[in-house]
Design a protein around this ligand. Structure first.
Ligand SMILES: [Zn+2]
Length: 349
């Protein structure tokens, strides 16, 4: 894998299943389990609500100790403790338990449709002020460390899987645009803006053609043009009524994000048929060359849809993109063969 990024929804599901499994097998009130729950909740909070990229969702001993303390005692820690020693003990207990129950754990996850297991990984810090940081990592349940067996000339690529890797934070002037719940007045505003624009254009037309009042017609046209220019940067939001997914306008995105998608999804916990618009980043790994596949607006023959485009071979390695199933198929219909990944011995044959 070129990147260690996981799908945020998959991560949440595996975290929940792991906690459920451990609660059923171990004492629910163990401190180390409280710690795992708090660690997981803070990871999700950072990804979903604080909009941090996965590479930054990593915590020091002191931070982890704080999360645990708040979860257990509902207050920030005030006493001085050896956080490193305590957190290390919890980590070891977690790893030890997972290892001891490895067979049952794997079985439980597979039964619940998971294909990854949870582990705690760390990045060693070096020097003063640069502490070691900890994070959750997803590891494949079925060991496919030797994909070389399948990678041979003639084995075609038929499916790629996208991951929801980030919900990026926007610049200050647009941060409220990254998550809009279309309820109440927001819903009305969302529906009425395009109607309002149409009415403006219609009135200008009536003034010119029927009333022959050119001053009024000219004024009406001017108002329409000004409003339309203001509307244009937001047009992607309004295209969601039809397509449910659109390319996010570039002016919204921080420089670190190459491209993102606006997605309109139903709000699950509401009984009404309300929707929300979210900014998300879906990505996949190119099965042909291993580079990242970004989701972009299709051009030419792929107009009016979003497609997955390889960062390295953008004209050739292209795939369909389905945000519901998170799957895609190669769009070059003659099929792709993994000729790029031939090892030296295979080339010699
Ligand atoms: Zn590629």
């Amino acid at each position: 894998m070129t990147s260690v990024q996981y799908d945020i929804e998959v991560f949440e599901s595996i975290l929940n299943h792991t906690v459920n499994f451990l609660e059923a097998n171990r004492s629910e009130t163990s401190d180390w389990l409280t710690y795992i729950r708090a660690f997981g909740a803070e990871t999700l909070n950072s990804l979903r609500n604080k909009h941090q990229p996965q590479a930054k969702v990593r915590f020091t001993y002191d931070e982890l100790w704080e999360f645990f303390h708040v979860a257990k005692y509902k207050s920030l820690p005030t006493e001085v403790v050896d956080a490193k020693r305590i957190i290390k003990r919890y980590d070891d207990t977690f790893r030890g338990t997972i290892e001891k129950l490895s067979e049952d754990y794997t079985k439980y996850l597979l039964e619940n449709g998971c294909s990854f297991k949870l582990n705690i990984a760390s990045i060693k810090g070096g020097g003063a002020g640069n502490k070691t940081k900890y994070y959750f990592r997803l590891e494949p349940l079925i060991d496919n460390k030797s994909p070389e067996v399948n990678v041979r000339l003639g084995s075609s690529v038929d499916l790629i899987e996208y991951r929801l890797v980030e919900m990026p934070n926007l610049r200050w002037y647009a941060s409220w645009l990254s998550k809009i719940e279309l309820t109440g007045w927001r819903r009305w505003l969302y529906v009425s803006i395009p109607i309002f624009l149409l009415l403006e254009a219609y009135f200008a037309f009536v003034a010119f053609v029927h009333l022959k009042d050119f001053a009024l017609g000219f004024f009406g046209t001017l108002v329409f043009i000004v409003n339309f220019v203001v509307f244009l940067p937001f047009s992607a939001y309004f295209s969601l009524t039809n397509s449910r997914v659109a390319e996010a306008p570039i002016w919204l995105l921080p420089l670190s994000v190459r491209c993102a998608q606006l997605v309109s999804v139903p709000i699950e916990d509401l009984k009404s048929k309300s929707r929300k618009i979210e900014l998300r980043v879906y990505q996949a790994e190119c099965p042909i060359c291993g580079a990242e596949v970004d989701v972009v607006k299709g051009k030419g023959e792929f107009k009016n849809r979003l497609i997955g485009q390889c960062y390295e071979a953008g004209n050739e390695h292209i795939f369909s993109f389905d945000h519901v199933t998170k799957k895609g198929v190669p769009l070059r219909s003659n099929g792709y063969y993994r000729v790029h990944k031939l090892s030296k011995s295979e080339k010699a044959d």
